[in-house]
Design a binder for this molecule. Structure first.
Ligand code: CAA
Length: 426
């Protein structure tokens, strides 16, 4: 059987970012709690006309542009923040990125974990039929209630991964360790747009699940920690990676120094530190960060630990392929972060409070994002997406580079639908 794994990896995030210093100035919390205690600096916040579909399309389109779509036989969208109870988000993507009619499309759900399930399903499909490619997209908007301890751990991003035989970036190794149990640490009933969380329980549940998944991985013949050049953890906040790695090592009688933790974790945290939690996408942002910021990992195994509250954890590994560096999208990832617009606190709260209209009337959404895809309207309960043409995109980006920063009128006084460019929605 040929090696199977990650042939391409592309990351996208939102139009806006909130600096946690701005949040701390209003909550009265010492900003070092956010920056040092949680390990977070800024968090991505979607514009009114962005959602998981627009982020997914923005992440996936460069993959289609590079490889074409002909070989894609399956599209798996992993998300906690689905936009419809019935229709898979991947079907909204279909016309936006030109997916073939011969690709099966489904959505996967298990809090932050389902991207790892998607990768495993994709690997199995490619093993059965090595000519096919599977597009796995993890895309999420992490939203908690305002004025809660969870507020600084929000964020949003998408990671699109093309899985094939003979992958250009990294081979997924076949051994994985799994742990599942019924835990109510983080959940979101269908009638809520923000998650409910028992913060302290969620941390202990994550640590226990990670340890059990690693034990299962070892029992099934997996590698020891010393074999890994780096370890990518699901990062609801980047200090969670440090907590988890320390916990796993201490469970094996080792007491790691901070420098030893940094050597396997620091490079995995650059993107999550400034994007915030992105649920399913977070682990692959950690992987992209590691690959984009490490000189050479060729043939050096990397561990990955996925955790989704509720709870499922999986410990698995990937080994970068010779020449993988030539296939990375480091500059595009840096540009996506650099192009985000800073938010004021009031504008952030307005965006957070705006809800998707549910009345079935026609709602045209104001043009807010600069992304190549946008949610243009909701009419008769249908979501209408638009693709920007390259010339429209160029002129919009050049206009915004001249007027960089928060736009007039977006001071929190407006909001909602009906013409204001301020507001936000899932
Ligand atoms: N300077 C430096 N550090 C400070 C500080 C200061 N002035 N003030 C506090 N800190 C440190 C604390 O000591 C603490 O560090 P340790 O964890 O090392 O003890 C850290 O900052 C956080 O402080 P608290 O524990 O007091 O924070 P909190 O209770 O107010 O909230 C939280 C933290 C529970 C993570 C909360 O943000 C939350 O509920 N977030 C959402 C849930 C979550 O992210 N859970 C993670 C595991 S579940 C998961 O991974 C799935 C998922 O994506 C949701």
């Amino acid at each position: 059987m040929p090696p199977i794994g990650i042939h391409d990896l592309s990351v996208a995030t939102t139009h806006y970012a909130l600096d946690l210093r701005e949040l701390a100035a209003h909550t009265g919390v010492d900003v070092d709690k956010y920056r040092l205690g949680l390990g977070q600096e800024t968090m991505s916040v979607p514009a009114i006309d962005e959602d998981i579909v627009t982020m997914a399309a923005t992440a996936a389109r460069p993959i289609i542009d590079r490889h074409g779509a002909d070989r894609i036989r399956t599209v798996l969208v992993a998300t906690e923040s689905g936009v419809d109870q019935a229709k898979a988000a991947g079907l909204y993507l279909h016309p936006l990125i030109g997916l073939p009619a011969t690709a099966r499309v489904v959505e996967l759900k298990q809090a932050c974990y389902s991207g790892a399930a998607g990768l495993q399903f994709a690997a199995a499909l490619c093993a059965r039929e090595p000519d096919q490619a599977v597009l796995v997209i993890a895309t999420d908007i992490a939203r908690y209630d305002l004025d809660t301890p969870a507020e600084p751990t929000q964020g949003a991003a998408a990671a699109a991964i093309l899985v094939t035989a003979d992958p250009a970036i990294a081979e997924l190794e076949p051994v994985s360790g799994i742990f599942s149990a019924d835990v109510t640490d983080f959940w979101r009933p269908n009638y809520r747009s923000t998650a409910v969380v028992d913060g302290k329980l969620s941390i202990t549940a994550y640590l226990a699940a990670a340890a059990s998944a690693f034990t299962d991985y070892r029992r099934r013949g997996g590698r020891g920690f010393d074999d890994f050049a780096a370890v990518c953890y699901h990062q609801p906040f980047t200090q969670m990676a440090y907590k988890a790695h320390r916990h796993l090592l201490e469970g094996r009688g080792r007491a790691p120094a901070t420098a030893a933790l940094d050597s396997v974790l620091a490079a995995t945290t650059h993107y999550n530190r400034v994007i915030g939690n992105s649920y399913t996408a977070s682990l692959y942002l950690a992987l992209a960060s590691l690959l984009d910021h490490t000189p050479d990992l060729t043939d050096r195994p990397i561990a990955l630990l996925s955790y989704g509250s509720g709870a499922v954890a999986e410990f698995f590994s990937a080994t970068p392929a010779p020449g993988y560096h030539q296939h990375l999208r480091t500059q595009a990832h840096h540009d996506a972060l650099a192009q985000r617009k800073p938010l004021t606190y009031d504008h952030y709260r307005t965006l957070h409070r705006t809800q998707t209209p549910t009345d079935g009337a026609h709602h045209t959404l104001p043009e807010d994002t600069n992304a190549p895809f946008r949610l243009a309207a909701i009419t008769s309960h249908k979501r209408i997406y638009k693709t920007r043409q390259p010339n429209e995109l160029r002129s919009r980006l050049s206009h915004f580079s001249q007027t960089r920063g928060v736009r007039p009128g977006c001071d929190g006084s407006g909001g909602g639908f009906g013409g204001s460019a301020c507001g936000g929605m899932r």
